[in-house]
Ligand binder design. Structure first.
Ligand SMILES: C[S@@+](CC[C@H](N)C(=O)[O-])C[C@H]1O[C@@H](n2cnc3c(N)ncnc32)[C@H](O)[C@@H]1O
Length: 489
C-alpha cells in the first residue's frame, strides 16, 4: 500500500511549490520508495560462513532469485558476437559499460555500474543536465519549499553558536543539486551578519552542469580580491559570502571549523549488493548477455567488497542478518563518513545528514527513477536516477570507529527535526503574509516535509494529493564532542 501511494505520488502529482519569495521552481516531490525488504540492527555477530562461495554451473539461469543456484554465463564474453554492419543503437554509456565488462573479461559490481551510471564524466546521469523538477526526473525537499533550507540554516546557526561563534567557518554542502537549499539558507540567515560574515561556502559537486546552475541560484559574482590585483573570488550576493566549488570533499581546504550538510547525497553513493545463495553470500554483479542486454549474475568467487560485507555484518546482530537474503553495503559512505569524522575531530564543527534510509542493515533497496516513474535498473543506463536507502547505523559505526572525539546523534525523523527547529512557526508566519494563490502550495509543501501519508486537508483531485515524507526521511548529526549535544537531537 505504501509503495502504491508513494509510486503514485512520485509519478502523478502536480503541486505548486511552496517557495514564497522568489517564486519556485518545481512541483513534484522526489520520492524513492522502498523497493523490497529491509531490517534494523542491534548487537554484533558475523553470519554463518562463508560470505561468498562458488555456485554450480547453470547456464540457463538468467534471473536472480533468493536462495537459488546461479552461475555466471561467460560464453558471450569468450565468443564475441559475430561482426555486424547493423547500426548500433547503444548509447555512449552503454558502449562504455559493455567495454569495461568485455575487457575485464567478466561482470562488474553493482557499485561500479551505479558509479558509472551516475557520475561517468561524459555521460553520467548527473553530469550534463538538470535532472530536478517537473521537466526532470524527480524533486527533492529543498525544491518543495523554502522552509527546508531555512530550517537547515537554523540548525547551522545553532551549531555555530555551540561552536563558540568562530570568526571563520567552512560551510560545506555535499551534492547541492540546483543549489536551492544553500540559497534558502543564506536568504534566511542574511540578517544574522556575524554568522554569514564568518562563512566560506564550499559546494562539493561532481557535475559541471549543476555547478553552473548552483552559481546562478546563489546569484554569484566574481569580484577582485584587491583593486589592483588580478586575483578574483566568487561571492554569493545573497549574503555576500565567498563560494568555492570542488569535485570531492577531500579538496575542501582543512584547518577551519566546518559545518557540513549532506541532503540526499548519501543515497547517490554506489552500493554493493550481496545475495544469500545455497553456499553462502555472493556479490550480485552486472554482466552482458550475448544479445547485448545487461543482466544480473552472482559472483562465483569472493570479491574485494566482501571485506565490507564482513565489517557490516560484525556491526549487525546475528538475528538481523539471519532474516535477510540480501544485504547492501556502501564502502564509499563508510569512507566518506570517516573523513567527515576526522575533519570534525581535528577542525571542530559538525555534519548534518538527511536522507531516506534505515537505522540498520539495508537489504535490497536500489531503484531507478526516470521522468518520475520507476524503471528497470539495467534499462538504458544514464537516463534514470539510481539511488539506494542509506544505512544510518553504518554511518554511526564508521564515525565512531574513525574518531573518539566525535559524537553521533540520531537518526530522528525529518518531521521531528524540522518540528523542533520551528517549522510550525515559520509556516504560520509565511501563511499570514502570503498571497492567496500561495496559500495552498505552502500548506502542501509543509505537509510534504513533515506529514505522513496523504494530506487529510486535501480537497483537490485524488491523483494530486500531497504525500508526507516526514517519517521516511531521517536526520543524523556528527559533531565534535567539545561542543556538546547539537540542537535538536
Ligand atoms: C539526489 S541529488 C540531491 C541534490 C540536493 N542535495 C537536493 O536535495 O536537492 C544528488 C546530488 O549529489 C551530486 N553527486 C552525486 N554523486 C556525487 C559524487 N560522487 N560526488 C559529488 N557530487 C555527487 C549530484 O550531482 C547531485 O547534485
Amino acid at each position: 500500500m505504501l509503495r502504491r501511494i508513494l509510486l503514485h505520488a512520485s509519478t502523478t502529482r502536480r503541486l505548486p511549490t511552496g517557495h514564497v519569495n522568489p517564486p519556485s521552481s518545481s512541483p513534484l516531490l522526489h520520492t524513492r520508495p522502498l523497493s523490497s525488504s529491509f531490517s534494523s540492527s542491534s548487537s554484533s555477530q558475523i553470519p554463518h560462513s562463508p560470505f561468498v562461495e562458488h555456485l554450480e554451473d547453470n547456464p540457463d539461469q538468467t534471473t536472480i532469485k533468493p536462495s537459488t543456484t546461479i552461475s555466471i554465463d561467460r560464453s558471450g564474453l569468450c565468443n564475441p558476437p559475430e561482426h555486424s554492419h547493423e547500426p548500433c543503437s547503444d548509447s555512449e554509456l552503454v558502449k562504455h559499460l559493455k567495454g569495461i565488462i568485455k575487457f575485464r573479461g567478466g561482470p562488474i559490481s553493482v557499485a561500479e555500474y551505479m558509479e558509472e551510471v551516475l557520475t561517468n564524466p561524459k555521460a553520467g546521469f548527473y553530469m550534463n543536465r538538470d535532472v530536478f523538477g517537473l521537466g526532470g526526473d524527480f524533486i527533492t525537499s529543498p525544491e518543495v519549499s523554502q522552509m527546508f533550507g531555512e530550517m537547515v540554516g537554523v540548525w547551522a546557526m545553532s551549531l555555530w553558536e555551540q561552536m563558540g561563534q568562530p570568526g571563520r567557518v567552512n560551510l560545506v554542502e555535499l551534492g547541492p543539486g540546483r543549489g536551492t537549499l544553500m540559497a534558502d539558507l543564506l536568504r534566511g540567515a542574511s540578517k544574522f551578519k556575524n554568522f554569514t560574515e564568518s562563512l566560506h561556502i564550499h559546494m562539493v559537486e561532481c557535475s559541471p552542469t549543476l555547478q553552473k546552475l548552483q552559481h546562478q541560484t546563489l546569484k554569484c559574482v566574481d569580484e577582485e580580491v584587491m583593486a589592483d590585483m588580478a586575483d578574483k573570488r566568487t561571492v554569493s550576493t545573497l549574503a555576500k559570502t565567498p563560494v568555492s566549488w570542488h569535485a570531492t570533499m577531500d579538496q575542501v581546504p582543512s584547518g577551519l571549523p566546518s559545518i557540513i550538510i549532506a541532503h540526499e547525497f548519501y543515497d547517490a553513493l554506489p552500493v554493493h549488493q550481496f545475495q544469500r545463495a545455497s553456499r553462502g553470500w555472493c556479490e550480485k554483479m552486472v554482466d552482458v548477455l550475448e544479445d547485448s542486454k545487461f543482466r544480473f549474475v552472482l559472483s562465483s568467487q569472493p570479491t574485494p567488497a566482501t571485506l565490507y560485507l564482513a565489517k557490516r555484518c560484525k556491526w549487525a546482530g546475528m538475528e538481523e542478518i539471519a532474516k535477510l537474503d540480501h544485504v547492501e553495503v556502501c564502502p564509499t559512505a563508510m569512507e566518506l563518513t570517516q573523513s567527515i569524522a576526522d575533519r570534525i575531530a581535528s577542525d571542530g564543527g559538525g555534519a548534518l545528514i538527511i536522507d531516506y534510509g534505515l537505522n540498520g542493515v539495508v537489504s535490497d533497496s536500489l531503484q531507478a527513477i526516470r521522468k518520475h516513474k520507476f524503471v528497470d535498473i539495467l534499462d538504458d543506463p544514464g537516463s534514470a536516477d539510481l539511488s539506494a536507502y542509506v544505512d544510518f547505523a553504518s554511518i554511526r559505526h564508521s564515525a565512531e570507529e574513525a574518531s573518539g572525539d566525535v559524537s553521533v546523534h540520531g537518526p530522528i525523523t525529518q518531521s521531528q527535526f524540522l518540528g523542533s527547529l520551528g517549522i510550525n512557526f515559520r509556516v504560520e508566519a509565511l501563511l499570514q503574509n502570503c498571497a492567496e494563490e500561495q496559500f495552498e502550495s505552502l500548506r502542501s509543501g509543509y505537509w510534504q516535509l513533515v506529514g505522513e501519508g496523504e494530506a487529510p486537508f486535501w480537497e483537490g483531485p485524488d491523483e494530486q494529493v500531497p504525500i508526507g515524507m516526514g517519517t521516511r526521511y531521517l536526520a543524523m548529526a556528527i559533531v565534535n564532542k567539545k561542543q556538546g549535544v547539537p540542537v535538536p537531537f
